[in-house]
Design a protein around this ligand. Structure first.
Ligand SMILES: [Zn+2]
Length: 404
């Protein structure tokens, strides 16, 4: 069956980070430690290089291996961990002593993920050519506009605003970066972003039940500190996007927002990002507060990928789109919007997991999926998607690349 669609508006990605990573040395296809080391040794000796796609299990690196390398920042596949060569430590010691001291501590990395993502983006460096190549990849995947949830800084802002997608690339950032931006950039900023829990991949999302094996997940704030942070952010007068994956984090956020609401503190607009494990009761509270849920149909695949860490009932509660739409009344495109988080970009992968999900409660019709993304602004050429129900296959005509 052939479907025509207008290029979509991806409401959650990390443009200034992902585009900066374009063309950086990548170890993800490398299975042999010796060839990885050879590649690392050939990097420049006079400046810090970012290397992506490092898999700590497949490519173990000893201290002795690292000691002979140029200044290298090795980022693991999930972007949730890093290693520094001793020569990289020497370069970073003065500017970022806390990072140098604590980067090997996974809990510290989770608590400082925003800072790490900014560091990765800045070390890799965004250029006009990288951004253009990245945009072309999105266009090939059926995307016509994209939101950056975490602009990495002023340098990235100059590149983004000079690109041909400047008016199709709204961006948000964390308060610590926002405060460093010129007034003009602050005025352009579409909103602020705040994280309240970790991620499933790192076993740090804050769910009501522990991960298999015992970890409880990680709330980044106490109730009191979150309340205080949100009240402070309110004073800036910007829309707000709040990252909360697990039901424990979502519950904490809702309680804080309800409290602020009672005090008459309302944001220009409020989005909850991910909310993969939102319960029906929480969904009703979110609706009563007028929140927008910003979700990623791609992540229905977590119900398959994370069977090693989540119990069967939890796997089935991931991305409960039918409950949100049919029981609670969220409407795709209005108060339920979709993005990819770049995992990967494009309509084909999202459609695959929406039309053929692991659990019925995750199913989205193609109309709902397209409404949730919404069409990109402007008059862009229509694209075509082929859905083969018999083989459960989805592909885009003319450039089926699933960008990651
Ligand atoms: Zn994200």
């Amino acid at each position: 069956m052939l479907h025509r669609f207008a290029p979509i508006f991806d409401r959650h990605s990390h443009v200034s980070l992902y585009a900066a990573l374009e063309g950086c040395p990548d170890l993800s296809a490398c299975i042999d430690p010796a060839s990885a080391l050879a590649q690392l040794r050939s990097l420049p000796g006079d400046r810090l290089s970012l290397v992506r796609g490092w898999h700590s299990g497949r490519l173990p690196l000893s201290e002795a291996d690292l000691a002979e390398l140029p200044p290298v920042l090795l980022v693991n596949l999930s972007l949730h961990g890093l290693r520094l060569s001793p020569r990289a430590v020497r370069l970073l010691r003065d500017t970022d002593p806390e990072l140098v001291a604590r980067h090997a501590d996974p809990a510290w990395c989770e608590r400082n993920l925003d800072r790490l993502l900014v560091l990765f983006g800045r070390t890799a460096g965004l250029t006009a050519a990288k951004l253009e190549a990245w945009i072309q990849g999105l266009e090939a995947a059926g995307v016509g506009a994209v939101e950056d949830l975490l602009l990495t800084g002023e340098e990235a802002w100059w590149v983004v605003r000079a690109s041909r997608w400047a008016d199709r690339l709204p961006w948000r950032t964390v308060p610590a970066i926002f405060d460093t931006l010129p007034t003009e950039a602050q005025a352009e900023c579409a909103g602020l972003k705040v994280f309240t829990d970790g991620a499933l991949g790192a076993r740090t999302a804050a769910l009501d039940e522990p991960f298999l094996g015992g970890g409880p997940g990680l709330l980044l704030y106490t109730d009191e500190a979150l309340h205080q942070e949100l009240a402070t952010l309110h004073a800036r007068g910007k829309p707000l996007a709040i990252h909360a994956i697990g039901d424990r984090a979502i519950g904490q956020v809702l309680a804080a927002l309800e409290d602020l609401d009672r005090q008459g503190l309302r944001f220009p607009s409020l989005r909850l990002e991910h909310v993969q494990f939102i319960t029906e009761t929480q969904a009703r509270r979110a609706r009563d507060l007028g929140l927008v849920l910003s979700m990623q149909p791609n992540f229905s695949s977590d119900s398959v990928d994370y069977a090693d860490r989540l119990g069967p009932a939890t796997l089935a509660r991931n991305n409960p789109f039918r409950m949100l739409i049919d029981q609670v009344g969220f409407r795709p495109g209005r108060d339920l919007i979709f993005g990819s988080d770049g995992m990967p970009h494009g309509l084909a992968y999202a459609a695959q997991w929406s039309l053929f999900p692991p659990f019925e409660g995750q199913r989205l019709g193609l109309e709902e999926l397209l409404a949730g993304y919404g069409p990109a602004p402007g008059d862009l050429p229509v694209r075509e998607l082929v859905v083969e129900a018999a083989t459960r296959e989805v592909r885009l005509i003319g450039g089926s690349r699933w960008m990651s």
